[in-house]
Design a protein around this ligand. Structure first.
Ligand code: ZN
Length: 162
């Protein structure tokens, strides 16, 4: 079986943005990530690199910003009331947090400045503008269930938990 749309693929990965340490690694967490293919669940460049692979394949792929988290936008900042943040009282400049927006859903942002009732954030994803290097090893591939396809995400270990 090979990776294609409507399969659930499980894989270990580590990703680096050019620094010496990986910025994220499933190996450190111990459990592979499980993803439903063909539904925009991961960045396009990584999904493209997974297509056609088989269990046991290990490969490296470099993904340009346009196929990852996009280019950085200048002055892409916003002042947001603290109440829109989880644990807004505990945030400090430089923290990465999730902002729940009505239009775009949850969005990863970087805290620039914390005021008494508002927080200034950079809306660029922390990895925007970066070329990402992935080291990927495929550990399992299976058919997705009808329910997973209806939900547009993988269920079970390493996937979405309700
Ligand atoms: Zn679901």
């Amino acid at each position: 079986m090979n990776v294609e749309a409507n399969k659930v693929v499980s894989f270990h990965y580590s990703v680096s943005d050019g620094g010496s340490e990986p910025v994220d690694s499933s190996r450190e967490r111990g459990e592979p990530l499980s993803v439903l293919i063909g539904h925009g669940n991961i960045i396009p460049g990584l999904e493209q690199a997974l297509l056609g692979r088989a269990v046991g394949d290990r490969f490296e792929v470099s993904v340009e910003p346009a196929q990852a988290y996009g280019e950085r936008r200048a002055n892409f900042t916003q002042r947001v009331p603290k109440k829109y943040f989880d644990r807004g009282e505990r945030l400090h400049a430089g923290d990465v947090t999730v902002l729940h927006t009505r239009e775009a859903g949850p969005r990863t942002v970087v805290v620039l400045k914390v005021g008494s009732s508002v927080i200034d954030v950079d809306l660029n994803h922390p990895l925007a503008g970066k070329t990402l290097s992935f080291d990927v090893e495929i550990t399992a591939i299976r058919d997705a269930s009808d329910e997973e396809i209806a939900h547009r995400h993988a269920h079970g270990a390493g996937g979405h938990e309700h």
